[in-house]
Every structure is written in structure tokens, then in C-alpha cells.
Ligand binder design. Sequence first.
Ligand SMILES: C[S@@+](CC[C@H](N)C(=O)[O-])C[C@H]1O[C@@H](n2cnc3c(N)ncnc32)[C@H](O)[C@@H]1O
Length: 253
Amino acid sequence: MTVNVYETDRALSEYLLFHYGEASDVLPFDFGPRDAVGFPARCVNVCLDTSLLPAKARALDLGCAVGRASFELARYCTEVVGIDYSQHFIRAAAQLKKMGRLGFDRIDEGLLTSRCVAEVAPDIDRMRVHFEVGDAMRLRSTLGNFDVVLAANLLCRVEEPLKLVLKFPELVRPGGQLVITTPCTWTREFTPSANWLGGYERDGRRFDTFETLNKFLASDFTLLRTRDLPFLLREHARKYQWCVAQASVWQRK
Ligand SMILES: C[S@@+](CC[C@H](N)C(=O)[O-])C[C@H]1O[C@@H](n2cnc3c(N)ncnc32)[C@H](O)[C@@H]1O
């Protein structure tokens, strides 16, 4: 039986630190890419044009993991739905909603850990956020549509990313914003290579992810901006994944 990596205690610890850790919690050194910390908050605060939102905006955070971006969306939207496939992650996100904080063990080295606390900023109205376990490829029919849809680092983790991309026009209201970020890490572990949106060559031509997104989104969306968003996932005190997600923000026509 294959284990879903997002259902493990290790992934939960890594993602709680990734979402809620301050630079001093993530990096024990006085050097390193501090500007890569706080990625989920930047997906919202750097990408979204809040001036385009209605007074009572609805947001969807697809593949929300442990929920930091969902809480950030609640600064600007009166209703936020966070959906993730991982029961482990959603349980933690729901606990953060209820209590505002959650203790966890950060991995330092081997079996050595140190105690940390994930905290939601006190100025965020946590009651605006609702978390649920769900499959982005089979969303419930009662979900409705949204003024903001965020899909952060989800595309290259699903089996049929194009099916998801083709669902976006239905999910985003006219005038609403779609924020997609992806490190374009296409692997057969998550996505059969025939379904990759980029990172392959065919008939002597190289295909990249942004080009494919543009091809399938341009008829329903206007591209507002693109950004390169670095992020840092700590595995232990001396091992990190430093990545740069490509963010694109689209407005529904
Ligand atoms: C690379 S993580 C990104 C998490 C979060 N958006 C972030 O930026 O930190 C991918 C997330 O998508 C979730 N996921 C993967 N496949 C999914 C699916 N079919 N439906 C919903 N969530 C899924 C995983 O459980 C994981 O939380």
C-alpha cells in the first residue's frame, strides 16, 4: 500500500512550520534565504488585488494544507473555504481555527525535535474560515463559485492537472481572481507524464507550464500579473528545499 506523504506526522510538522514559522523558527542560522519564509501569506498578500474584491467576498483555497493562506484570505474575504485531501492536515487546520494555536514538534536532527507553536494572527477573524477534507478533482456540487480561488503548489500534485485547470472558469465568478502558484515540479509519483502541463519536449518543441496555462485560461481569464515567489521547506535544521514558485494571477472575464 502506498502512503500518502501528506498524511504523515513528518509532513504535518514540516507544513505547520512552513505555514506558521517565523524566520527565526525556520532557520537557526544568521544567514540563509529569509525572504523565502512565509510563502502562504505571500500567495495572498503579494498576489491578490484586494481593490477588486466586493464587500462580501467568498474565497476558495484548494489544497490548503494546514490553512495559513486560508486565514490570510479571511483578512479580505468574509467567507473562506479551505479544502485539502489530507485528513491529517485538515484536522490541524480545524484545530487552529478553534483554538488559534497548535503545538507541534519541529524536527532538528534525527529523532531530536523541539517544541514549537503554530499561531493564527489575533487580528484575523478565524470564524470566517471553514475547512473540509475534499478532492480537488471531485469537488462537491454544492460548493458554488468564488471571488478568489487560490491553488498554491497544487497543480503538480494532482493526477489530472488539466482537468482542474478546465474547472477554474466555473469556480471563479466574473471579475473574480484566480491565483495559481506552481514550482513546476512534475514527477510521475504524482502525475502520469502524459498529463504534465509542462517540462517536456514534443516534436522538437519544449513546453513549459505557464505556456499551457495561458493556452487553456486565456479565453476565460485576463492575465493580471506574474510573480516569482521563493519558498523554503525545512526538512531538518541542516536540510531545506529552496524553491521558486511561478505565480500567475488571472481575472475572470
Ligand atoms: C505541495 S502541497 C501545497 C500546500 C499549500 N497550498 C501550500 O502552498 O503550502 C500540496 C497540497 O495539496 C493537497 N492535495 C494533493 N492532491 C489533492 C487533491 N486531489 N485534492 C485536494 N488536495 C490535494 C496535499 O494534501 C497538500 O496539502
